[in-house]
Design a protein around this ligand. Structure first.
Ligand code: HEM
Length: 394
């Protein structure tokens, strides 16, 4: 058993985890010395053995789009789109003009990352090996899924600190995909709840610090919980699996609880994020601790009790974002968490953890999951001669 809150760190990542400052030649300052900050641009390297946007500290904003392959389009058309996307993503992430689409100029790429994956049904249609870990999620109690907002053949996760950069990148990629790939659904997120670049933990729309006990992004090990390793088929080695869950929060009910009750639902205090019974956010989560009256300090139905990994195989890296949609027919804004997790095997991590949460988590009374998907995230390009999907489609 890995103790509650155990985190399998990721060390020695190959790419995508750092945000570099690309400093363009700067205008001389008044005293004639070049200014080191003028024109500085935040850029995350696109090429590497893993795609960026996974072990990359979470940027502020997200646009997540699923596409379907159109009728009559097959392997050759998909390969053509992925080659164009690779070239465009390489340019956009460096803040350079996109040769195929001069409408868009980016300038500062604001730490843009472009991360591409494929759905299971597409992989089956392509006739390549489908790994046993690549399964559709089973139904979970409490799900109310909208099929139109779920699944898809291809996914693109765009993250950046500037939503304008995301809008531009989305326009370029969607245009380059036509007519072979058509958008199926799109989700917009803000306020990342995963580990952030400044090292702090973000708050979600329930007001909690979310992401404290997460797999770290500052390290990345080939044998950690995120990357798919051999004996995976070559088209996936170095990739990952992305689980997407659009979880609406029932905030009217949640806000009716006082903060001490809210803390017992999660197992952590709302203000500092400390585990109940401790003072610091970073304190060990002691699931065995009992108070003077013999009762569990962290309640039997607390979220962290059932979410905490019970073996190393259950670890996943959460990289979620808040979302706010439209006013719904019940008179409340549809808002909540775009839960995103990266893991090397959803059958040993997300699925058993979510099964426990659906059955025993007090938080379930305040959420409803309205969309769901799993994608295999392709390996990185390697270097500038590579393209995303080369192993899958050549
Ligand atoms: C922990 C909120 C859904 C997995 C936490 C924490 C909060 C939280 C506040 C404590 C801080 C932290 O360690 O990050 C939420 C909310 C959810 C939600 C508001 C839905 C709206 C999920 C789902 C999963 C999940 C669907 C996975 C199936 C985890 C894990 C931890 C955690 C693995 C760390 C537990 C530990 O090791 O201590 N969550 N969560 N959460 N959550 Fe969630």
């Amino acid at each position: 058993l890995v103790g509650a809150g155990a985190v399998v760190g990721i060390t020695g990542f190959a790419s995508g985890a750092t945000v570099g400052r690309l400093t363009a030649p700067a205008a001389p300052a008044a005293d004639g010395a070049p200014s080191p900050v003028a024109d500085a641009r935040d850029s995350v390297p696109f090429d590497g053995i893993h795609q960026a946007g996974i072990a990359t500290p979470a940027q502020a904003n997200l646009v997540l789009t699923a596409y379907d392959l159109g009728p009559g389009a097959g392997r050759a058309e998909l390969a053509a789109v992925l080659r164009e996307w690779t070239k465009a993503a390489r340019a956009l992430t460096a803040g350079a003009p996109v040769a195929a689409d001069p409408q868009i100029s980016v300038g500062d790429p604001a730490a843009l990352t472009v991360t591409v994956g494929v759905g299971r049904a597409l992989v089956v249609r392509l006739g390549v090996t489908v790994p046993s870990a690549f399964v559709d999620l089973p139904p979970f109690a409490g799900d109310a899924l909208d099929p139109a907002l779920s699944d898809g053949d291809v996914v693109v996760q765009l993250c950046a600190d500037d939503p304008l950069v995301l809008a531009q990148a989305d326009r370029v990629l969607t245009r380059l995909a036509a007519p072979h790939l058509t958008p199926r659904w799109q989700q917009h997120g803000f306020g990342s709840t995963g580990a952030r670049r400044d090292g702090t933990t973000g708050r979600n729309l329930m007001g909690q610090l979310d992401g404290t006990n997460n797999v770290t992004t500052s390290q990345s090990a080939q044998d950690g919980p995120v990357w798919v390793n051999e004996p995976a088929p070559a088209w996936l080695a170095g990739g990952s699996y992305l689980v997407v869950r659009r979880i609406r929060m029932l905030l009217r009910d949640w806000d009716a609880l006082d903060t001490s009750r809210q803390a017992r639902v999660i197992g952590r205090t709302k203000d500092t994020g400390a585990p109940l019974g401790s003072r610091d956010e970073a304190a060990f989560v002691d699931l065995e601790a009992r108070g003077a009256d013999g009762s569990l300090v962290i309640p039997a139905d607390a979220h962290v009790r059932h979410a905490a990994p019970r073996s190393a195989a259950e670890n996943m890296m959460r990289r979620g974002y808040s979302y706010r949609g439209q006013l719904a027919s019940d008179g409340e804004v549809d808002q909540g968490l775009l839960f995103l997790s990266y893991q090397n095997d959803p059958t040993t991590s997300f699925i058993p953890v979510q099964s426990r949460l659906a059955a025993e988590d007090a938080l379930s009374a305040f959420t409803v999951t309205t969309a769901s998907a799993v994608f295999a995230i392709l390996p990185g390009t390697g270097d500038e001669s590579g393209w995303l999907g080369a192993q899958l489609l050549s």
